[in-house]
Write a protein that binds this ligand. Structure first.
Ligand code: SF4
Length: 375
């Protein structure tokens, strides 16, 4: 099942309205984090590092609705933490559906079968299942044996009940492109609507040459994975963002396109960095020093970054900014094979991880066992 026409229409007309109004900074997807608690301790995630009194806190449904109404973005992504651990997640989703927002509820699916009765199938609601690759790769990434099998069973169950289901996958240095491509086949066989991809974010403050290498390695990996594409692969991403990952395009970061709201307020400047908080979305736009962020800014925190939350809205904006951008999108939608002999050769030369993944210990374990990862 492809993305509903109504969703494409809603997003396209929304962006065009922003363009006609002359708005340079507009939100496309609100990243709504209603809690930081999680039932996993994934190697690439830093959220569970918060102290217990923070992990206990939840946004109320009213706080969620106020943020959604104020932001005005047509799509709302609900990451976390694990949103299904929020005691009022059913009420939150119901309120957003009533507002006709297209919701991507991001879940590791461990609780999905148990909680699915809280939700009704709707064109506005998609379960975005966190799967970081084939069984072995996913279980390693989420540090939980059996996690892949549980998630796949939940996907089947949700699809059978008539829900929209996509996957979201974060890829790190050293991911095996052949295995990732086999994973795409598995997901298409399962019948998911589409797949979302993003490179992992590096927190390492490395010197410039290494920064460049980081982006170069990311492009090389995505070139190998996304070239010579199979016809039946469906991605729930802007086709120009996929070309950006493959190194065919460059974009500036537009973090206001996917702003983050959580228990602390509106996070500056993006989903990844925490350089303060604003009380309102208007204040976030007005008081963030946007020139200090993005690859071109020279900010070392941004040097390696090519993540979805910073650059997909840039790609969508490019589609609607010029005739050439629109035509490039049409071409990328119709001609998706991307034949590339060199990329075929890259498939046989998987890169070794620069830094292997290290598990972040769950909250409550001794401090010396807490280790952050580079990715
Ligand atoms: S480049 Fe990445 S880390 Fe920097 S502001 Fe953009 S999304 Fe955030």
């Amino acid at each position: 099942m492809p993305v509903p026409v109504s969703q494409m229409w809603t997003v396209a007309t929304y962006v065009l309205r922003q363009k006609l109004a002359g708005r340079k900074q507009y939100p496309l997807v609100l990243m709504l984090e209603p809690l930081f608690r999680c039932n996993l301790a994934c190697a690439g995630c830093g959220k569970i590092q918060y102290p217990a009194h923070i992990l206990k806190r939840d946004l109320t449904p009213e706080e969620c609705f106020r943020a959604v109404d104020e932001c005005g973005a047509p799509m709302v992504s609900i990451p976390g933490g694990e949103p299904l651990m929020h005691p009022q997640i059913g009420e939150i989703v119901e309120g957003l559906v009533a507002r006709k927002k297209y919701i991507y509820l991001c879940t590791n699916a461990l609780l999905l079968k148990e909680k699915i009765h809280l939700f009704q199938p709707s064109k506005y609601l998609t379960f975005s299942i966190h799967l970081d690759g084939q069984r072995e790769e996913h279980d390693l990434a989420v540090c939980r044996e059996g996690g892949y099998d549980i998630a796949v069973e939940a996907v089947k169950d949700a699809l059978q009940r008539g829900f929209r289901v996509t996957t979201n996958t974060t890829l790190f240095d050293g991911a095996n492109p052949k295995s990732v491509r086999a994973f795409f086949d598995e997901m298409m066989d399962l019948g998911v609507e589409g797949m979302m991809l993003s490179p992992g974010y590096s927190y390492d403050k490395a010197p410039d040459q290494k920064h460049f290498l980081g982006r170069a390695r990311t492009r090389r990996m995505f070139r190998a994975i996304l070239s010579n594409r199979k016809k039946n692969w469906r991605f729930n991403l802007s086709p120009l963002f996929l070309e950006f990952l493959m190194g065919k395009r460059t974009y500036p970061c537009t973090p206001w396109g996917m702003p983050t709201y959580n228990i602390f307020g509106w996070q500056k400047p993006c989903y990844l960095l925490q350089d303060g908080y604003a009380e309102t979305f208007a204040e976030l736009l007005a008081t963030t020093e946007w020139n200090n962020y993005g690859t071109e800014s020279g900010n070392p925190a941004c040097a390696n970054c090519m993540v979805h939350s910073g650059y997909e809205s840039s790609a969508v904006n490019a589609t609607f900014s010029s005739l050439s951008g629109f035509l490039a999108t049409v071409k990328a939608t119709l001609f998706t094979h991307y034949r590339d002999e060199e990329a075929l050769r890259l498939l046989d030369q998987p890169e070794e991880p620069v830094h292997p993944l290290i598990q972040i210990a769950p909250t409550g374990e001794p401090a010396q066992s807490l280790q952050e990862t580079r990715v």
